[in-house]
Ligand binder design. Sequence first.
Ligand SMILES: Cc1cc2nc3c(=O)[nH]c(=O)nc-3n(C[C@H](O)[C@H](O)[C@H](O)COP(=O)(O)OP(=O)(O)OC[C@H]3O[C@@H](n4cnc5c(N)ncnc54)[C@H](O)[C@@H]3O)c2cc1C
Length: 559
Amino acid sequence: MAHPTHDVVIVGGGHNGLVAAAYLAKAGRSVILLERDDHLGGAAVSADAFDGVDARLSRYSYLVSLLPKRIIDELGLDLRLARRRYSSYTPNPADASVGLLVDHGDPGATRASFDRIGAGPVGTSPVGTGTDAAAWDAFYRDTAHLAAAIFPTMTEPLPTRSEARRLLGDDSVWEQFIERPIGESIRNRFSHDLVRGVVATDGLIGTFTSTDAATLDANRCLLYHVIGNGTGDWDVPIGGIGAVSGELEKAARDAGAHLVTGAEVISVSPDGEVHYRHRGDAQERSVDSRSVVGRRVLANVAPWVLQGLLGETGPETSVSVSNGSDPNGNDPNGTDPIARPEGAQVKVNLMLTRLPRLRDASVSPEAAFGGTFHINETLSQLEVAYEEATHGTIPAVLPCEIYCHSLTDPSILSPELAASGAHTLTVFALHSPSRWLTEENNDSYRGRLQAAVLASLDSVLAEPIENVLMTDAAGRPCIETKTTLDLEHALAMPGGNIFHGPLSWPFLEDDDPQRTAAERWGVATGHPRIYVCGAGARRGGGVSGIGGHNAAMAVLEGD
Ligand SMILES: Cc1cc2nc3c(=O)[nH]c(=O)nc-3n(C[C@H](O)[C@H](O)[C@H](O)COP(=O)(O)OP(=O)(O)OC[C@H]3O[C@@H](n4cnc5c(N)ncnc54)[C@H](O)[C@@H]3O)c2cc1C
């Protein structure tokens, strides 16, 4: 093995790589981080997306739930996360003049809203929703219980399945959320199709599945959406999501980590040698090949990408393993190559001159867009859309979630824009799998998916969204649509999968190996020197820093 140049080499400068760099440099390790892009933060960045429009949009990820307070405190991050008053608004697709508004600030109004959708002529429930209001409270009491038991373990060595079950101490909740497809519980506990859908979407964000699937992919996805910081609240990062990565970058630099941008890693060897191409600045236009050697190498890239960097993509190879299995929990024997991940969403950013009017006159646009605005996301619509997508067609009615950042945090707009009543809107549409897309058809799909998103949005508005679309300096509409393939190009997220691969349970199976620090922390690969430190680590998905924290702890424990 070549002589180590650094204690730790980190491949990729997403927010998780920055968390790992900060912890390790603070602990006195020599750290170099290599990022292919010309800036840091990966999917957690803000950007001026529209020419001549002075607004810093959270370009990809936008809300924060899973970033533990412990990481914020230990790294001394100066972050403000604002709690949203409104949790969600969901118009009834069959009659968009009524909808369900869940208002944390007014439980009475929330109850009345449940009653209103139940009373409407189009309620699909034979029972009405008076019972759904109570069922809602009971369901989220259960998730709060899960959150209180599971979330504190996320920044500790992994518990086993039996230990996690004991920590929860409630067999009924464990069965419903961990052992049985979550669709069962949702159907048993709620009667209205719309209410079922609002609950189900947390199981489908970034995950192409059905809530009834025996794989339990939707259960894992739902779990990560309801346990953040012990409450499951999704907060607004003041200043945009780029403020989170900005603080992490500062913490890493202040601690002495060497952060290199324009450095694309082209290979990693099991003994810690990392080759990369370094782009000089714009004037130099030079590209040189360099290498560094780490006692440990942390991969902030997706496990599937790491597999390629290790040259282990052939079918005959046995590659990255975590806890004796694939970091994403797919491979209990730890011998199969990692499958290429699949993403399934469309992301659309818009800039509006003002908020559009709603068909539902009883709810203000400020309330509806101030929380998560669900569009065409009843449970039956979600199922139909999944079926259609599985059969290769863009869903006729595309399920979407919309949110307006600037309502809670106008600081991302220039004072002039804010004063003019302008707003940002971010859309996350489901069930659009990356399997459809190729380099050749991507432009055409982008256009069709964007049209499907706008049609879905228009179905609940009292005016076409085009009425309120701002134009940029060149007179073009301010709308930016990213397919899964666009995300892969921009972020090197394979398949545009926002979690770097399928999510895994936040616990080990009882017979999983726990011999090494990396296995105990859920960051192991098949190579003792190489750990996963990003979303692809066990418990790593989302803007959480947990993958980075846990890889750093494994390095420090294993030293
Ligand atoms: C559209 C979208 C919306 C989302 N919304 C939310 C949300 O609201 N809340 C939430 O919690 N999560 C959200 N997520 C998920 C979340 O953003 C990600 O799971 C998380 O940011 C991943 O962070 P990471 O640091 O592990 O990896 P990444 O952010 O993917 O960073 C990996 C880094 O590695 C770099 N890299 C890749 N290959 C190489 C190479 N060969 N050499 C050097 N560098 C390389 C990349 O350029 C990138 O900077 C969203 C994701 C997307 C895409």
